[in-house]
Design a binder for this molecule. Structure first.
Ligand code: BES
Ligand code: MN
Ligand code: MN
Length: 463
């Protein structure tokens, strides 16, 4: 009996399940929080861990310094006549707060009910590592891959990928590839794997309002001196009307609308809205009038306040009129919208609505456009076959509402097909307390990835 290279790699992965889980646990123990400068040493530890690991499995690996967090790069040898695949992922994670809501501590990975709980479990250490483990399985059994794989793992995805963007633009030769594989999204539902063909973009801001030069007694001054917290609430509330339409002038001008075909596709997906609400413990949903929940999440813009502060937050009451108030908020964008143009219009609108006695500072942080990929890509069908092999069911094609800022730059600069092969679940609690990754999804992801190299290698070369 001769077995195929994929079978051999799958058998190796099966025999090393526990070792692979242990490796993931090691990486998850490192609190590589990119947003908080106190964790810089931990960021480096995570990068070094990956560097060592990619070298150990037999790849040529290097650490690339940037003006921000380091990039980990590794590659296998070029294979004559076969495609080149760039695998992108991120080793940085979101801050774990609020800490008291975690059942087990965020950086002490713990298995409960077949799920591995830890910050970064699904986003993105666990998903990213599936590709490392499948490459390891191939190299241990076949000694080589059927195509060239280049790993590009960054440490700044959760803060906007600013320095990767620079590196990418300056190194298009080095990163040249036929397709880009990213596992940093979700399946449609449990047992329903998906390939994502569209993501929303983002425009993120911090708005700081300053009123009087000090905190004041709200009885002595209230009603006469403008309270920046009142002003902030009013301004933020005015950004969206009762029909869920964003009020920034010109905001919808460049929006590419959902087509009727696409809306019909979305409707045909087995989305259970009652179960969705039950999971979140909410008794109703809101959003832009005239659109379904999936349309609102995947294909329409949104505004969310991501943090808001000002005034007294401690125990009991304090009758204070605070001197300052601020909020972090963001728009999710859809294809067609330009974050820069939206910022300019937003700034003008805020300035105009500022009440007397209030000064504002608007800080613009990350911005990324939304994207949709064409369906007819050659690598897409090959990937669907691999996902089917790994998960035991053919994937559905979906869009998602999250953003991966560098993805549009990949498409632009590398002229390569981007394959978003998500192994996560919508209830994996990414960015929330008790983030998890199902160990079954981890192993299915490794299997799909092991099959992926063989399937992608069969795509004929036109470049
Ligand atoms: N992996 C997510 C994006 C994602 C999650 C896409 C689920 C689709 C489904 C990524 O790590 C992320 O959180 N991105 C940020 C980008 C931002 C910080 C610039 C986001 O979407 O908020
Ligand atoms: Mn991610
Ligand atoms: Mn994330």
């Amino acid at each position: 009996m001769t077995s195929s290279p994929v079978d051999k790699a799958l058998a190796f992965a099966e025999q090393h399940r526990e070792q692979f889980e242990a490796d993931l646990v090691e990486l998850l123990r490192i609190p590589s929080i990119s947003a908080d400068s106190k964790f810089q040493a931990e960021i480096r530890r995570a990068a070094d861990w990956l560097l060592g690991h990619l070298g150990e499995i037999g790849l040529q690996a290097e650490l690339i310094e940037t003006a921000g967090h380091p990039i980990v790069y590794a590659e296998s040898p070029a294979v004559e006549g076969a495609p080149v695949v760039l695998v992108y992922g991120h080793y940085d994670v979101q801050p774990p707060d609020p800490l008291d809501l975690w059942i087990s501590p965020p950086f002490e990975p713990t298995v409960r009910d077949g799920n591995l709980y830890a910050r970064g479990a699904t986003d993105d250490k666990g998903q990213m590592l599936t590709h490392v483990k499948s490459v390891q399985s191939w190299l241990e059994t076949e000694g080589q891959l059927p195509l060239q794989v280049k790993f590009l793992i960054e440490g700044e995805e959760e803060v906007g990928s600013e320095h990767l963007e620079v590196f990418l633009k300056e190194n298009t030769e080095k990163l040249a590839c036929d397709c880009v594989v990213v596992s940093d999204t979700s399946q449609f539902a449990r047992g329903v794997p998906a390939i994502t063909y569209g993501l929303r973009g983002i425009a993120y801001y911090e708005l700081r309002l300053t009123g009087p030069n000090r905190d004041l007694h709200s009885g002595v001054f209230g009603g006469a001196v403008t309270n920046p917290a009142n002003a902030l609430s009013k301004i933020l509330a005015a950004l969206v009307d009762d029909d869920g339409r964003i009020q920034v002038p010109g905001f919808y001008e460049d929006v590419i609308p959902l087509t009727e075909e696409e809306r019909a596709e979305f409707r045909s997906l087995p989305f259970d809205e009652a179960a969705f609400m039950k999971d979140l413990d909410v008794d109703g949903l809101t959003g832009e009038k005239g659109f379904s929940t999936l349309e609102r999440r995947w294909g329409r813009p949104a505004m969310d306040v991501n943090g808001i502060w000002g005034g007294y937050q401690g125990e009991g009451e304090k009758t204070v009129l605070p001197g300052k108030a601020a909020a972090k908020f963001s728009f999710r964008l859809v294809p067609g919208q330009d974050p820069k143009k939206i910022t300019a219009s937003l700034r003008a609108m805020l300035q105009q609505r500022l009440p007397p006695g209030i000064k504002m500072e608007l800080i613009e942080s990350h911005g990324a456009p939304g994207i949709v990929f064409p369906f007819d890509g050659e690598y897409l069908q090959a990937a669907a076959d691999a996902v089917e092999q790994g998960f035991g069911r053919r994937p559905v094609f979906i869009r998602e509402g999250g953003s991966i800022p560098i993805v549009s730059t990949f498409a632009e600069q590398l002229k390569a097909e981007v394959l978003l092969l998500g192994w996560g679940q919508n209830d994996d609690n990414l960015h929330s307390p008790n983030e998890k990754f199902s160990l079954a999804d981890f192993h299915h992801g490794i299997a799909a990835s092991a099959a992926l190299w063989a399937h992608l290698a069969t795509v004929s070369q036109t470049k």
